[in-house]
Design a protein around this ligand. Structure first.
Ligand SMILES: *Cc1c(COP(=O)(O)O)cnc(C)c1O
Length: 469
């Protein structure tokens, strides 16, 4: 155990201290990976655990794009952090389950403490509560399940309507589907000119739907859309939800972290008014996968949806005759979400906050937002680059434009070509997205190890490859 354990720690440290050692974009062919890895079920084991660790890291784990590379600006890059890796290993070794108090008292307290820290960090009122889940998608599903139960008595009857803009994350539509809403029950509104939820259109639509006998029950607003980092007008949406008696869910998977910094402080009030909130610490809080978070203004609604006692199946084995603590004191987080057995995801956030301090997190978030503004400045100053959307929450979109393009030059094809070259030959990752129907380049700069030089270098690649189009 010690030999293999020490070896594993060496592998972890080697990996985490060399984020930029190879080109980051790496997606080998399915055929090659199948040939290398698709072995028969091993009937007999081996004593060479260190050897297996070497094999699987080299042949499988390393055969992937490096989201922590300082020149990886695609998706929402993730850096992870060393204390968090140790936390995951310890939580695993201790079989920590923050579920029933009798099973996981200490782990439950760590989760409750970490939730409280996260609330303090984001400036949320103390009464909020929730739990950690696997990620933003599961958090959206969990929150919307409570909205459905609380606002529709558990039944998404045909008149029920849920609203969001077309810029909301696809997991919102997935959640609506899983919760039994038909396609037409999720009203997807076109965004305003800044790609934010159009509150005038929302108000108009909700009024029209009510007059038609429909039942508007919830709105999803996004704090930091994944595509362009746009922030929906949260205060206005909160007002409307209050006037119309609708549940407000804020999807802050990517963007909620900014409220911890002076830049995002003005959003705190609206955040606190939401009935439910999604935060994704494996995004802008630098955690390794998986950790998402659900926060509710009235956390006591979670057990109303997820407590197993509300159903009629036998669950005597979950309710032993001798309680662990007076019933009023013990917290059974297994009643707060859809999972019974659940890993102690909170520990990695707890340990990294203890190790680095909240100040370091705030500075790292600021740094990412600054870097996007720096990138936008370079784009705007360059005659061959054009900013498409401003650097909202560390995400910007832009495009290359030819100064004397031939008539046949196609802007979308050119951006795709540039992206492909940057990934294949440039030692960086820059991907495209679609903004208002056009293919553009997208850059997300939250990696705290990315520098201004990395940003300038990648923009230089864009113009270099752009001239070949
Ligand atoms: C990433 C993201 C999600 C989904 O989160 P996962 O952790 O990938 O499941 C949901 N909403 C927004 C706004 C996101 O950026």
């Amino acid at each position: 155990m010690r030999e293999a354990g020490h070896h594993a720690v060496e592998l972890v440290i080697d990996r985490m201290t060399t984020p930029g050692s190879r080109p980051p974009c790496h997606a080998p062919s399915p055929g090659a990976l199948r040939a290398a890895l698709d072995e028969p079920l091993p009937e007999h084991g081996t004593r060479d655990l260190p050897g297996l660790l070497d094999q699987v890291t080299e042949r499988a784990l390393a055969e992937a794009t490096r989201l922590d590379h300082p020149r990886c600006f695609a998706f929402v890059p993730s850096t992870g952090n060393f204390p968090a890796v140790l936390a995951d290993a310890l939580a695993s070794a201790y079989l920590s389950v923050p579920g029933a108090w009798l099973v996981g008292a200490g782990p439950t307290q760590i989760e409750l403490t970490t939730l409280r820290w996260l609330k303090a960090f984001l400036g949320l009122p103390d009464g909020h509560g929730g739990l950690f889940v696997s990620g933003g998608s599961m958090a959206n599903l969990t929150c919307l399940a409570v909205a459905r139960d609380h606002r529709l008595d558990g039944l998404p009857r045909p008149p029920a309507r849920l609203y969001c803009s077309s810029q909301a994350h696809p997991s919102v539509a997935q959640a609506a589907h899983l919760l039994g809403l038909a396609r037409e029950q999720l009203t997807v509104l076109p965004p305003d000119a800044d790609l934010r939820l159009d509150t005038a259109a929302l108000a108009e639509r909700v009024g029209r739907d009510r007059r038609a006998g429909l039942r508007p029950f919830a709105v999803v607003a996004t704090l930091g859309t994944t595509g362009t980092g746009a922030v929906d007008p949260l205060d206005r949406v909160a007002d409307l939800c209050q006037e119309e008696d609708m549940w407000l869910h804020i999807d802050g998977a990517h963007g909620a972290a900014v409220t911890a910094t002076p830049r995002g402080r003005h959003l705190r009030n609206a955040l606190g008014r939401a009935d439910s909130l999604t935060v994704d610490p494996h995004k802008w809080l630098f955690q390794p996968y998986e950790i998402g978070c659900v926060l509710l203004r009235r956390p006591e609604l979670l057990p109303e949806t997820f407590g197993v006692a509300r159903h009629s199946l036998d669950q005597g084995y979950l309710r032993p005759a001798h309680p662990a603590a007076p019933a009023s004191e013990e917290v059974n987080l297994s009643d707060y979400g859809p999972q019974q057995s659940r890993g102690l995801r909170a520990l990695k956030l707890w340990l990294s906050l203890k190790t680095f301090g909240a100040g370091a997190f705030r500075r790292a978030i600021e740094r990412g937002a600054d870097l996007a503004e720096y990138a936008a400045g370079l784009v705007e100053a360059h005659p061959e680059l054009e900013l498409v959307t401003p650097p909202g929450l560390a995400i910007l979109t832009f495009r290359y434009r030819h100064r004397d393009a031939p008539a046949t030059w196609d802007a979308g094809t050119a951006q795709a070509y540039i992206s492909r070259r940057v990934c294949a030959d440039g030692g960086a990752v820059l991907l495209t997205t679609t903004v208002r129907g056009a293919t553009v380049l997208r850059m997300c700069t939250i990696n705290p190890t990315s520098t201004r030089a990395d940003v300038a270098y990648v923009l230089e690649l864009v113009t270099r490859y752009g001239r070949d189009t």
